[in-house]
Design a protein around this ligand. Structure first.
Ligand SMILES: Cc1cc2nc3c(=O)[nH]c(=O)nc-3n(C[C@H](O)[C@H](O)[C@H](O)COP(=O)(O)OP(=O)(O)OC[C@H]3O[C@@H](n4cnc5c(N)ncnc54)[C@H](O)[C@@H]3O)c2cc1C
Length: 337
């Protein structure tokens, strides 16, 4: 495994105030594997003693998994380029070239925040940065009202600021479906209610067209003809891209821009290259939480193992633990109540 930083680098880079939205709880013994676990025999709630880990706490859990299962990881080894090779792929990294038959890209999305497509986007602070979480006085604008937007808005309301969230798709209103990829998580809904109860949160159904500096203030023009004046740089909580970095050219794109995958999460134009992580999309299914994309770890491992002529029977233990989905038609089931 090649890692450009340290194990769990993304989580080490999370703003210190940010915590998981998905709760951890050790139900493993009864077949309900901790939602944030990456291996069926582990539980972040058990090893960390918390239910909503911070970034550094989760990185600690990941380090313990790597240590326990003796996963070989090369730290400080950034992959800078990947090309096709007669044997599979040639990977360029800080420690020299590596040739491999199969490759799994698990580079995550956090390193590819999507800037808002507006004039003056350079005047905004992306929600992933520590600056966006620093205490702010007076009026604050958050562009984007899904999980990250509600999270950071809740944080600033708790600190006493008056926060306006602007989002044309009004994710705070989504009432249909039980999939958290399309509806705010319970944690975010609870924070939203608490923030609204202070009277210091305003939700606006509109699209921000542009941001300008006006003396000591920042002014956002909305497509409903109104303006929002605030006392600090607007915060952009406008999502993340697929983060494919050096393998971007080895994936076809769907019409919505996400990578096209076959039923084994493999590139449709570069067989042997698999995608793992939150960028996986199959039809309308999004795998953007750990408990979703972990369902595919054992499947990808089995496909690679079988091609190499290995016995992959032990991977069935993942199915028994509810951590292996190879039939995607069973995902997306709605809850009755
Ligand atoms: C703000 C935010 C909050 C989230 N909250 C939750 C949550 O509460 N619950 C949940 O289940 N999911 C959550 N997610 C989803 C999140 O994507 C996953 O939790 C998780 O980070 C994805 O794991 P990953 O291993 O695929 O990617 P990452 O954790 O991002 O890991 C990717 C790793 O690849 C390394 N890397 C990247 N490029 C290179 C390269 N070129 N060479 C070598 N190494 C490289 C990085 O350094 C990093 O360590 C959240 C996502 C975001 C952005």
């Amino acid at each position: 495994m090649l890692e450009r930083g340290q194990i769990g680098q993304t989580f080490l880079d999370w703003p210190t105030e940010q915590t998981f939205l998905t709760p951890s709880f050790t139900g493993n013994g009864f077949g309900a594997t901790d939602l944030n676990a990456v291996h069926p025999e582990t539980s972040p709630a058990f090893s960390l003693g918390v239910d909503y880990p911070t970034g550094p706490q989760y990185a600690k859990y990941l380090r313990s998994v790597v240590k326990h299962f003796r996963v070989p990881v090369l730290d400080d080894t950034e992959v800078t380029a990947v090309s096709r090779h007669e044997l599979g792929f040639e990977i360029q990294c800080a420690r020299g070239p590596v040739v491999t038959r199969s490759m799994v890209w698990a580079g995550g999305e956090f390193h590819q925040p999507l800037d808002p497509r507006i004039s003056g986007s350079g005047l905004t602070d992306p929600a992933r940065t520590p600056e966006a979480w620093e205490p702010r006085e007076g009026r604050v604008l958050v562009i984007g009202g899904y999980e990250s937007g509600i999270d950071i808005a809740g944080h600033h309301v708790e600190q006493g600021a008056h926060v306006t969230i602007v989002d044309r798709s009004t994710p705070w209103d989504a009432r249909t479906g039980s999939d958290p990829s399309f509806r705010l998580t319970p944690r975010s809904r609870t924070r939203l209610k608490a923030a609204e109860a202070t009277g210091r949160l305003t939700l606006v159904d509109a699209h921000v067209g542009g941001v300008k500096r006006d003396g000591d203030e920042w002014v956002a023009s909305l497509d409903n003809g109104t303006r929002v004046r605030v006392d600090s740089r607007p915060i952009a909580a406008t999502g993340y891209g697929p983060g494919l970095g050096p393998v971007g050219h080895l994936f076809e794109r769907r019409p919505d821009g996400w990578p096209e995958l076959d039923e084994d999460d493999q590139s449709t134009i570069a067989p042997g290259l698999f995608l793992s992580g939150p960028a996986i999309r199959h039809g309308g299914l999004k795998f953007c939480f750990v408990y979703k994309f972990r369902q595919r770890f054992a499947h990808i491992a089995r496909v690679i193992g079988e091609r190499a002529g290995k016995d992959t029977g032990a991977l069935e233990a993942w199915r028994a633990a509810g951590m292996l989905t190879d039939d995607l038609s069973c995902c997306g089931v709605e809850c009755a109540c």
